[in-house]
Design a protein around this ligand. Structure first.
Ligand code: PMP
Length: 410
């Protein structure tokens, strides 16, 4: 029996009460950003209505409340991940967190000729920053290939580790296109044994699976609040204490220093060292409400719900003539399904579905090398979260059938 009922949860999400083109909204784009429950929206408003002030340094009551809300969010995030509070850095999002590691850690610790290992399924945000530091520092960038069914080629991974002894291994925990869940604990163990620092893009995993940094075994883990019921403009960089201690700050300014002279400064300890300027305080306060909401459901239950939905969607979509699904079967994936429909451009497909009130995404989903590998310029992507159910999948399939009748073979 399911641990929660999506139809009941939907009542907590104001936006899911609206219609699109006269139809109830079937929101199947949570991999891009999730919707927000009233508890999160209310927490954001409550902060501005009742406690708004800048954090730290303040002696007055509001400043103390704002600091408690902000540092409380850090403690809450640490508990959510099984980390320590000083290992949690708040950023603007996954992208900023990954750039911080590339420039703040890798750029300063690698030597010219050293290798950075990524994978062919990376989002541009876990690829482009590595290209940028590699170009500046004279490092080599290599990508782990995929198996024909869209999983990471783990034998090639082992070979690349041995042949190139990469100093950094950067990989997604879950692909935002293929849905593939990579076996990070095993890969991280191997990579660290081979001398690499392991950077995990958790943008698609932390919102959907139980993730404990102890069992994950990575050095760094990046993710975004907005994909897990929280507000935009807030992300998290988890870093092992010893890694953060040896990382340089990207931004200088208020709040990140120990002592400032006219011509030089020394840095505060992590995590403050990496949080120059006024941080996203209201967003952090609201993120606490998002974590509370998710933890009340339980991440095991969230993952089980999505597994069940993906199995159902996989079966139904496989029966649509001319539809090609990308990525591994339901047993190796999370709640993201990318596909193409013969004779119909993904953008046209998304347009027809929008007319039915079904929101999906079409394009390269910030993974151009992966799409080149798949041999397509674009795919359509449906992604699930706690508020989706079989009815949403049925409406997706009906919409695809309609697009096929209208557009295919013309
Ligand atoms: N990595 C993956 C796997 C993602 O899906 C995304 C969001 N599409 C990102 C990184 C970037 O996240 P953000 O835009 O919140 O920085």
């Amino acid at each position: 029996a399911p641990a929660f009922d999506p139809a009941v949860l939907r009542r907590d999400f104001p936006i899911l009460q609206r219609t699109v083109h006269g139809r109830p909204l079937a929101y199947l784009d949570s991999a891009a950003t999730s919707q927000k429950p009233a508890a999160v929206i209310d927490a954001l408003a409550a902060f501005y209505r009742e406690s708004n002030a800048n954090v730290h340094r303040g002696i007055h009551t509001l400043a103390e409340e704002a600091t408690a809300a902000y540092e409380g969010a850090r403690a809450r995030t640490a508990a959510f991940l099984g980390a320590c509070e000083d290992e949690i850095v708040f950023t603007r999002g996954t992208t900023e967190a990954l750039n911080m590691v590339a420039w703040g850690w890798a750029f300063h610790h690698l030597q010219p000729g050293d290798t950075i290992l990524v994978t062919l399924m990376e989002h541009h945000s876990n690829l482009v920053p590595w290209q940028q530091v590699a170009a500046r520092g004279g490092f080599q960038l290599r990508a782990v290939p995929l198996t024909p069914d869209g999983r990471l080629d783990t034998e090639a991974f082992t070979r690349l580790l041995e042949a190139h002894r990469p100093r950094v291994v950067a990989l997604a925990h879950m692909s935002n296109v293929l849905g593939t869940i990579n076996p990070v604990p095993e890969l991280a163990r191997q990579a660290r044994a081979a001398g690499a620092v392991v950077v995990v893009d958790g943008a698609q995993s932390v919102p959907h699976l139980p993730v404990d940094v102890g069992s994950l075994g990575a050095d760094f883990l990046a993710f975004s609040a907005h994909k897990m019921l929280g507000p935009t403009g807030l992300g998290v960089l988890y870093g092992r204490r010893e890694r953060l201690a040896e990382m340089e700050p990207l931004l200088g300014g208020g709040g990140m220093i120990r002592r400032v002279e006219v011509d030089r400064s020394t840095w505060a300890d992590p995590p403050q060292r990496f949080e120059a300027g006024t941080p996203p305080i209201a967003e952090a306060a609201a993120f606490t409400a998002a974590l509370d909401y998710l933890q009340r459901l339980g991440l095991e239950a969230v993952a089980a719900h999505e597994r069940e939905l993906v199995r159902y969607a996989w079966e139904r979509l496989q029966q649509v003539p001319g539809l090609v699904l990308y990525g591994p079967g339901p047993e190796h994936r999370g709640g993201v399904l990318s596909f193409t429909l013969e004779g119909v451009h993904p953008h046209d497909l998304a347009q027809v579905l929008d007319g039915e009130g079904v929101a999906i995404r079409a394009g390269h989903h910030c993974t151009q090398p992966l799409h080149r590998h798949l041999g397509v310029v674009a795919t359509a992507r449906a992604s699930f979260y706690i508020y989706n159910d079989r009815d949403d999948v049925d409406r997706l399939v009906d919409g695809i059938e309609k697009a096929r009748r209208l557009l295919a073979g013309s």
